[in-house]
Ligand binder design. Structure first.
Ligand SMILES: [Zn+2]
Ligand SMILES: [Zn+2]
Length: 211
């Protein structure tokens, strides 16, 4: 039953992460920065929602699609008359036999220890989709990576944009408080040997000292 593949912690983690990133990007960062009521905000929300939907759809296809098993009764083609030695071809074909499945496997098919079967054009077994990446879900996996990368980049731009705006607002309202907290020689904090601005640790100023 392919729906059983969803009973896996990594898949649950991916779905929760996707949901958190989507909610945070649209309803917190985008709303805070541009505002969902404005046309620019609305357009960004539509684009990001489309990208997130495509990512989720590709993910579901990757999980649910059978990566492709070797057809029962498959036998390697050794009757190919291209001039090479038929005996050596036969020996080569015999080598491509899976001991665990007790069957022949075509070129680029490999046995997956997790799925316990041979998979056509097997790329790898991916824990995050709880499935093998093979002939029939390779395209979906590739598109998943592409859509996830573009969505992440879009999300990053919105988060950074919101962060920069907050920074500007913070700087305007607090008159660079950081400067006052870290002291006039801020760069000294980055140098491991510069200790002149650090107190000696034997006395600690209290409120009473200023009274
Ligand atoms: Zn096998
Ligand atoms: Zn597998």
């Amino acid at each position: 039953m392919k729906w059983r593949r969803f009973v896996s912690l990594p898949i649950l983690a991916v779905l929760i992460l996707m949901e958190m990133v989507y909610y945070g990007t649209v309803f917190i960062f985008l709303d805070d920065w541009i505002g969902l009521q404005s046309s620019a905000g609305w357009l960004n929300a539509v684009i990001f929602t489309s990208l997130a939907s495509l990512t989720l759809f590709s993910f579901l296809v990757c999980v649910l699609t059978d990566p492709g098993g070797v057809p029962s009764g498959y036998f390697p083609d050794i009757e190919n008359n291209d001039g090479s030695d038929q005996e050596s071809r036969k020996a080569e074909a015999l080598q491509k036999r899976c001991d665990k499945c007790s069957a022949y496997k075509p070129p680029r098919a490999h046995h997956c220890r997790v799925c316990r079967r041979c998979v056509l054009k097997m790329d790898h077994h991916c824990t995050w989709i709880n499935n093998c990446v093979g002939q029939r879900n390779y395209k979906a996996f590739f598109l998943l990576v592409v859509y996830a990368t573009i969505s992440s980049f879009h999300s990053l731009v919105l988060i950074i944009g919101c962060g920069i705006q907050k920074d500007w607002e913070f700087a305007r309202t607090t008159r660079l408080k950081t400067f006052y907290i870290l002291g006039p020689s801020m760069l000294k904090w980055l140098c491991p040997t510069a200790l002149s601005h650090v107190k000696d640790g034997t006395s600690f100023p209290t409120v009473r000292d200023t009274l």
